[in-house]
Design a protein around this ligand. Structure first.
Ligand SMILES: Cc1cc2nc3c(=O)[nH]c(=O)nc-3n(C[C@H](O)[C@H](O)[C@H](O)COP(=O)(O)O)c2cc1C
Ligand code: SF4
Ligand code: SF4
Length: 249
């Protein structure tokens, strides 16, 4: 079974491609996390987690969901992280998580996909995004073949900076950066409710036809990037930047 989490579609796309190779079913963790659905995953010996990279590790919301969810028949777990650049030393933490859950860690690989973090960085323009996704496809398919063959994914080389990013910077990032406070909506908003519907944490409510953000944000960028009117900004950081959604979704 492939369990995926995705803000702007990259990881969903990767999950679906892997599923086409391995024949696994796919399950959206966005839905489960939003509904606080921690129903046990039964009768699945092999789990494949496909997620974005957040601060050089698995997204915390995904890690928390895995911690809380019983996996009584699962023996092994693979992790495929889409990323804009690098997943740092994410493998170390996925391995520890597996040890806590009694799972055999079968490896973690990151696949470079377009950057979606417009609260901090720039997302690529449409043509460039398409080219990045095209380049990622053979890598994703090869990972699918390795998983289908039951092969462990060989570890990637980890440098000092990878360790620093995943170990030291990650907690600082969550403490000081991840917050919905800077989200705002402008007069272009048409009150469609899409932002509220796509938020995987159910963190947005519509009040008088306009979104209001709560405190449970994980900075997935779905609300700001998927607003059809581009009416959402993140402080001034996002002003004038292209919004990102996976071109294959
Ligand atoms: C909160 C946040 C943190 C991120 N941290 C990293 C990172 O540490 N390394 C990296 O290469 N990309 C990082 N990115 C980029 C995403 O991992 C990447 O664009 C991913 O493919 C998005 O997947 P999605 O479309 O499935 O949400 C980050 C994006 C967000 C929103
Ligand atoms: S998705 Fe955009 S247009 Fe629709 S309610 Fe949210 S902010 Fe307004
Ligand atoms: S409020 Fe926006 S950025 Fe935060 S979790 Fe929800 S959709 Fe993602």
């Amino acid at each position: 079974m492939i369990l995926y989490f995705s803000g702007t579609g990259n990881s969903r796309f990767a999950a679906e491609r892997i599923a086409a190779v391995t024949g696994d079913s796919t399950v959206s963790l966005n839905e489960r996390i939003r509904c606080h659905d921690e129903t046990a995953i039964e009768n699945e010996t092999r789990l494949i987690f496909v997620t974005p990279t957040y601060a050089w590790r698995l997204p915390r919301v995904v890690e928390a969901w895995i911690e809380k969810t019983a996996l009584p028949h699962s023996a092994e777990a693979y992790f495929i992280l889409t990323c804009g650049d690098s997943a740092g030393n994410a493998a170390k933490y996925a391995q520890k998580l597996c040890a806590r859950k009694g799972l055999r860690f079968m490896g973690l690989r990151c696949v470079v996909m377009p950057e979606n973090y417009i609260a901090m960085f720039d997302a690529p323009e449409a043509q460039q995004a398409k080219a990045i996704v095209k380049k990622a496809v053979p890598k994703i398919d090869e990972l699918g073949r390795q998983i289908a063959a039951g092969e462990p994914l060989p570890p990637q080389k980890i440098g000092l900076m990878d360790r620093i990013y995943s170990t030291a910077v990650n907690p600082v990032f969550y403490k000081f950066v991840v917050s919905a406070k800077a989200f705002r909506v402008d007069e272009a908003c048409v009150g469609c409710g899409n932002c509220a519907n796509v938020c995987p944490l159910g963190n947005i409510t519509l009040q008088n036809g306009k979104p209001v953000w709560g405190k449970a944000c994980t900075h997935c960028m779905a609300c700001i990037c998927l607003c059809p009117a581009e009416a959402i900004e993140y402080g001034t950081n996002s002003v004038g930047k292209p919004r990102y959604r996976c071109p294959e979704t």
